[in-house]
Design a protein around this ligand. Structure first.
Ligand code: CDP
Length: 239
């Protein structure tokens, strides 16, 4: 791993933020729900459905529809965010659907829709990944048929150094040298990539390293997600 940059929070370059906390059943009125926290970033996902798709012309007779809505709460960041949809939230909602769709068995609920509402209640970068982690757990908690759950993490390049799980400073404020590149990755436990975004420059060797770092930490996150789901079952089904 390349060295050079020293992290402000003294984390090792391949170290996830702490705490990582996962819990299901946090929204009793939803069909399934989960909260996922990594460092200071907290996401809550609530799943409703499967239910009949309205308007009717949007129904797909061949497969079900997974509809994700990502929202960053106004006071989740230092500068208040204007409430309501934005270009950014629309993009992240779509990306979340694409990250989850490969593991959700959409053919099991034709003509119907499953709604996933993701709320970021506190943001310190990595919110799309935290949202995907919460959504994957919430879908499983709702009993939506899935091949597996997915786990998501962001790997970054700070100047020339690869670092895991960027915080807000590393994601958006660091500008020295080559600046900062954020690479969110979502994977199945077997390492199949369902989502990868790369907005910046990186060479082939470093990208390979990024995927190795992502796979290792997605496995760690997967174990935490799995434990949260098992704990809920041990407590007697849905909370
Ligand atoms: O959150 P994520 O890393 O997935 O997406 P981003 O668009 O790269 O945003 C990085 C971080 O910038 C967010 O997690 C927030 O902490 C912050 N942000 C903000 O302060 N105000 C916004 N309107 C958007 C993002």
């Amino acid at each position: 791993m390349t060295k050079g940059y020293v992290r402000t929070d003294k984390r090792k370059n391949d170290e996830l933020r702490s705490p990582i906390l996962a819990k299901v059943g946090v929204v009793p009125n939803a069909d399934g729900s989960a909260q996922f926290q990594i460092g200071k970033t907290i996401a809550i996902a609530a799943v409703y459905g499967p239910k009949k798709m309205h308007p009717q012309h949007s129904q797909n007779p061949e497969k079900g529809t997974l509809r994700c809505t990502y929202n960053m709460n106004s006071f989740s960041v230092e500068d208040r965010i204007r409430p309501g949809p934005s270009r950014r939230s629309t993009e992240i909602s779509k990306i979340t659907e694409w990250a989850l769709e490969p593991v959700v068995m959409l053919n099991k609920w034709k003509n119907q829709v499953v709604d996933v509402h993701i709320n970021i209640i506190q943001a310190d970068a990595g919110t799309r990944c935290a949202g995907i982690n919460a959504a994957a757990m919430a879908l499983a908690h709702a009993g939506i048929p899935m091949k597996d759950i997915v786990s998501s993490i962001s790997v970054g390049k700070i100047d020339k150094t690869l670092v895991l799980d960027l915080d807000k400073y590393e994601d958006s404020i660091f500008e020295d040298g080559e600046g900062s590149t954020d690479i969110p990755v979502t994977m199945t436990p077997s390492g199949e990539i369902t989502h990868l975004q790369l907005d910046g420059r990186i060479n082939k060797e470093q990208l390979k390293e990024v995927l190795e770092m992502a796979q290792k930490s997605c496995k760690e996150i997967y174990e935490i997600q799995k434990k949260a789901l098992k704990d809920a079952i041990d407590l007697g089904g849905k909370n």
